[in-house]
Design a protein around this ligand. Structure first.
Ligand SMILES: [Cu+2]
Length: 164
């Protein structure tokens, strides 16, 4: 009878952990809005992009309107291998499907001056639900293991001392 209560708590810890894992891994969370066309205007000048960070969802068709306000600038998206060049008064358009999640740099690919190598922006394609779920599952497992062993330790103390 003395063993029953801590054992039950241990089962509770295990149950909560497994339940949490199932929830995190299988829940049909509305992942992301349906893929849509995202039109984004980016203004380039020496030596920066405005905006410097662009966020889209995986599957979106990204249409970038690139304009330059001073000299000829380019925009090359790392990981996607697409690019466009714009000169002042002659904007360019770049279209691609953001089918890969993650953070990608976009950079100027037209030599435009001394700080040209530092003319860099960021494209964030997310959310990466698979990664988030993996992290959450790891955290829950760790928390569950801690709870389990903490309860097991408590049981030894209960057994040695005060009756439950
Ligand atoms: Cu440049």
């Amino acid at each position: 009878m003395r063993e029953a209560f801590p054992a039950r708590r241990r089962w509770l810890a295990a149950g909560l952990t497994i339940g949490g894992l199932v929830l995190v891994l299988l829940a049909p969370i509305p992942l992301q809005a349906a893929p849509q066309e995202r039109r984004i205007s980016i203004s380039a000048r020496s030596f920066a992009y405005e905006p410097g960070t662009v966020r889209v969802n995986q599957g979106d068709t990204v249409v970038i309107d690139l304009e330059s306000t001073d000299v000829v600038h380019g925009l090359y998206v790392d990981g996607y291998g697409v690019s466009a060049q714009a000169e002042p008064g002659r904007p360019a358009q770049l279209t691609f499907v953001a089918n890969r999640t993650g953070a990608f740099r976009f950079r100027c690919n037209v030599s435009c001056g001394s700080l040209h190598p530092f003319m860099i922006g960021k494209l964030v394609v997310g959310p990466n639900l698979t990664w988030l779920r993996a992290v959450a599952a790891t955290l829950i497992t760790a928390a569950g293991a801690m709870l389990f062993f903490w309860q097991a330790g408590g049981e030894r103390q209960d057994g040695a001392g005060t009756p439950a």
